[in-house]
Design a protein around this ligand. Structure first.
Ligand SMILES: *[C@@H]1O[C@H](CO)[C@@H](O)[C@H](O)[C@H]1NC(C)=O
Length: 312
């Protein structure tokens, strides 16, 4: 029976944000700019960290990995959305929709775990500086990475296992521009109250829980720095404030999205844009423009490139 219903509905239709030509044009320019800037900025971080031996430390390895994750994250929904902006009939297949949801939750979950790992890294660096390199060994970094990907994939699979079997037979309109779980559940022609609850618990609690965990760990760090206030503390605090900014910008919209009981018509669409485009773009801005070592390394890399070109 369920299988038959599946074949009835083979695609979903996105309403998009608006029908006004001017706003669509602005949206195209805006999203194209931010998407390209995110990819470029994060590529610069990955190349700088990989090519500059001075940055071969756990913190920068984690940062480069975060950049890779950001690039994947904004490539899940952005290219299709940008390509769809001027289409009258914006559609996505059932499989495409499930794929979008799977990857955005897997990658998003991974990013959360990685942000927690980066807070742990700062905690060890600031509170236990003498043991930093033994605790954050290359093996530990790899372990952190593998664990965060595993947790991300599990988090995403657990939710989707229940969704793929739902009967979809009637409405197929997404009042959005990409597939997400809350919208998809509302389209199923069966009672999904329990599933919706499960999604709120799974995604909502994970984001709120990680956020609280991060805030507490940053408070512990700030308290430790303040207690042993020495020369290096202002530098430590400036790195920390970069982390805290990223965390607030990443989790703020997410927590709202998954825990707010009834979505407000347009606000959640704009928040979704924020998460899809602006957060991946902000990471490089926040981490590179405020970080002296990173800036020095980028300058060194640039002059090396110019020098090579002159010789050849
Ligand atoms: C990600 O982290 C691992 C482990 O520290 C490191 O070997 C790898 O180079 C990092 N990836 C990037 C793109 O820097």
């Amino acid at each position: 029976m369920n299988g038959m219903n599946h074949s009835v509905l083979s695609e979903f239709v996105f309403l998009g944000l608006t029908n006004s030509w001017e706003i669509q044009f602005l949206l195209l320019v805006f999203s194209l700019l931010f998407y390209l800037a995110s990819i470029m900025g994060n590529l610069v971080i990955v190349f700088t960290v990989t090519l500059d031996a001075h940055l071969h430390s756990p913190m920068y390895f984690l940062l480069a990995n975060l950049s890779v994750i950001d690039m994947v994250f904004c490539s899940i929904t952005a290219p299709k959305m940008i390509g769809d902006i001027f289409k009258k009939h914006k559609t996505i297949s059932f499989c495409g929709c499930i794929t979008q949801i799977f990857f955005s939750h897997a990658v998003g979950g991974t990013e959360m775990v990685l942000l927690i790992a980066m807070a742990f890294d700062r905690y060890v660096a600031i509170c236990k500086p003498l043991h930093y390199l033994t605790i954050m060994s290359p093996k530990m970094c790899l372990y952190i990475l593998v664990t965060s990907w595993i947790i991300g994939v599990i988090h995403s699979s657990v939710q989707l296992v229940f969704v793929v079997d739902l009967p979809f037979c009637g409405p197929n309109i997404f009042d959005s521009f990409y597939c997400d779980l809350p919208h998809l559940l509302r389209l199923a022609c069966t009672n999904t109250r329990e599933l919706e609850f499960m999604v709120t618990v799974n995604s909502g609690l994970i984001s709120v829980g990680s956020f609280v965990l991060l805030v507490i760990s940053y408070m512990v760090i700030v308290f430790t720095v303040w207690k042993h206030s020495r020369g290096g503390s202002s530098k430590a605090l400036s790195t920390l404030s970069a982390h805290v900014t990223v965390v607030v910008l990443f989790f703020g919209p997410l927590m709202f999205f998954y825990t707010w009981p009834s979505p407000m018509s347009n606000l959640d669409k704009y928040l979704a844009i924020f998460d899809a485009f602006i957060t991946p773009f902000l990471n490089p801005v926040i981490y590179t423009f405020r970080n002296k070592d990173m800036k020095v390394a980028m300058r060194r890399l640039c002059s090396r490139l110019v020098y090579h070109r002159k010789i050849s």
